[in-house]
Design a protein around this ligand. Structure first.
Ligand code: GTQ
Length: 354
């Protein structure tokens, strides 16, 4: 038995001497390295459209899409100030494009999703195919695919950008390239990818486009809404999630994007969900309706917050925080998370509770 006081000064001196060799003691940091429960820095947050919109409009007056390259206001999590993250692994922003503007062609290792929040008549071009953007459309820019955006319509268009930027940065694996021309050549007719891959049919012969990403790069809201309307009319809402449908890669049956899970969720009027939590932080864009999202952290010292949301609002639910949704009216939410990566790593945990 050694009942002498621990030799703190001696230990500290030892750590100092080993530091130049790139050595440091595990026992000083073990608890932080291997927490008993997720150590979550991400905070619940709510961006109200009526508060965000004037700033987007002002940015539209002060900088062109051309000069900005991408005129985006980042939805930065209060727990990740200065880090351009909405969760630890994901980036989100609201991109504005005004009539007549072009956001020039580039490509990068980061995968992007667009979810059209406001306006119509803008377009995005991906790998030689252009698609016109309507509210509620979900559009994918696969990793390393050339893409640019433009607006030939008569009104400003805003969409939500969701990218795996922090994940790619975590792996220190980012590459990017600017196009030699602002616009890539259009080599496919509009609607090509949806017609080829979005009918419950796949070409038997021929190469698959986009690797691990869905060959459908635009999922129009008109079609998705029809599916939700059917579920709302004829289906039974699941207790914790209501009617939840995920965007699917028809070639694999898996998620539409390899790094980001994307889904739509519909809740009947006056429907209150049970609570759910996931190790994957969830980002929501409100499409229709009015609801209260209650986010609770039941870890020691954790708090609970309630957000009253309406169309074009954005909310982030941090990892391992309980979410319950009270729909005042019939509500439709678009959501995304890093679930595919957590699934691949065997990390994903999800729970529901009454
Ligand atoms: O549209 O390519 O919000 O490259 C952030 C990075 C959008 C885009 C963002 C990007 C883009």
């Amino acid at each position: 038995m050694n009942d002498r006081a621990p030799p703190q000064a001696e230990r500290a001196a030892l750590y100092e001497r080993m530091r130049p060799l790139g050595l440091t003691p595990l026992w000083e940091v073990l608890h932080a390295l291997v927490p008993l429960q997720p150590a979550v820095r991400t905070q619940p947050a709510h961006w109200r459209w009526d508060e965000v919109r004037p700033f987007l409009a002002e940015a539209g007056r002060l900088i062109s899409a051309e000069e900005a390259v991408r005129r985006v206001l980042i939805l930065e999590n209060p727990g990740w100030r200065g880090e351009s993250r909405i969760t630890s692994s994901l980036y989100a922003g609201l991109q504005l494009i005004l009539p007549g503007e072009v956001a020039p062609s580039h490509r990068h290792a980061q995968s992007a999703l667009r979810f059209v929040v406001d306006g119509r008549g803008a377009w995005t071009a991906v790998d030689g195919e252009r698609v016109t953007m309507e509210e509620g459309d979900f559009i994918i820019t696969p990793a390393m695919a050339w893409h640019e955006h433009g607006n030939d319509g008569g009104q400003p268009v805003t969409w939500l950008d969701g990218l795996d930027i922090p994940t790619v940065a975590f792996f220190e694996a980012g590459f990017a390239e600017n196009g030699s021309a602002a616009r890539q050549a259009v080599t496919r007719v509009e609607g090509d990818s949806l017609a080829r891959y979005g009918q419950g049919l796949l070409p038997v012969e021929g190469a698959r486009r986009f690797g691990a990403t869905s060959p459908i790069f635009s999922y129009p809201y008109a079609r998705s809404r029809e599916a939700l309307a059917h579920l709302l009319r004829h289906g039974e809402p699941e207790a914790a999630h209501g009617h939840r449908v995920r965007y699917v890669n028809p070639a694999t049956g898996g998620w539409a994007m390899p790094t980001i899970a994307t889904w739509l969720q519909a809740l009947p009027e006056r429907h209150a969900t049970q609570r759910s939590r996931s190790t994957a932080g969830r980002v929501y864009s409100v499409v229709e309706g009015r609801a209260r999202l209650t986010i609770a952290d039941d870890r020691p010292g954790g708090a609970s917050v309630g957000f009253d949301v309406g169309p074009r609002d954005h909310v982030v639910v941090p990892p391992w925080h309980w979410l319950s949704i009270d729909a005042e009216r019939e509500t439709v939410l678009f959501g995304f998370s890093d679930a595919p990566l957590q699934q691949a790593a065997g990390l994903l945990r999800e729970e529901t509770a009454a």
